[in-house]
Design a protein around this ligand. Sequence first.
Ligand SMILES: [Zn+2]
Length: 143
Amino acid sequence: MSTTYNTAAVIGCKVPRTKIWIRKETRSCRHVVVDDNANFCPECGKKLWKTTDHCISQYDDYEGHFCYYRTIDGYRVFGTKEDDFVIIAAQFIKTDLYSGPQVMQIACPQDIPFIQKSFKKRLQQLDLWDENEFGIWVVMWCT
Ligand SMILES: [Zn+2]
């Protein structure tokens, strides 16, 4: 097993993880427990409550552990639910150790307001937009 170092340049928006993965406390079993202070089920012995993360419906986790394959509404997401935040990409270029140096202009400066306009509109609909967090980001990770 080897480590691959990845880097991406991203035009996008930084979003707190808690806006994508909503943390919920749910019951571990269906037994009726009358003691309000109980931590464990007297019937089956399980801990009464468990913490689970439910991602928003627009989040697509179709390739699991490769964070750059996740999307929200078609936009690539850089980062995982273990991170404090993720970067949602309007446009990006990604490279890794094996592909060598890459030079590519992902957008002309005059195109950025155009890119921002449609991206902002969609992220606002999903309550993920933050004007102060839109920009050009560099994301690095190991796989
Ligand atoms: Zn139980």
